[in-house]
Design a protein around this ligand. Sequence first.
Ligand code: ATP
Ligand code: MG
Length: 136
Amino acid sequence: MVLQYQIPGNDFSSAGEASSNFKTVLKKLGLPSQTIRRVAIAMYEAEINTVIHGGGGECKAEVNGDRIRITFCDHGPGIQDVNLAMQAGYSTASEKIRELGFGAGMGLPNIQKYADDLQIDTEIGKGTTLVLTVNL
Ligand SMILES: Nc1ncnc2c1ncn2[C@@H]1O[C@H](COP(=O)(O)OP(=O)(O)OP(=O)(O)O)[C@@H](O)[C@H]1O
Ligand SMILES: [Mg+2]
């Protein structure tokens, strides 16, 4: 099964809709609640990053026999230093974004924690593709 979502950039009214929709789909499939929880947290963080940092993009969520794989693709500024971005507490979020409750610098570390695999492909000025995998 493959689902596609459009992630609007800088739009906080609909931010989180893709992860919320996919969570409902996984529940209907009857997957273990622990698995659904891990996918939902990791997917939400990647979705919010696409909204805030990536200027929006596309998301593809796939379920097959042995894994769930979710790809986020944006054409935003890219990530300067991925190792630095992966560190807990590192954030380039603006004051305005922090006032909205984001910018703790915990999104990528949490994706790393809850997903079985995380791949980030990024190019400055071109964009970022993030692929997270949760094994079933
Ligand atoms: N899609 C992206 N495009 C460009 N930069 C990104 C992207 N995703 C993450 N980053 C960069 O990596 C940093 C760390 O991301 P992370 O999700 O860990 O923290 P955050 O989004 O700043 O805060 P939080 O997720 O806790 O609200 C971001 O501040 C940003 O600089
Ligand atoms: Mg984040």
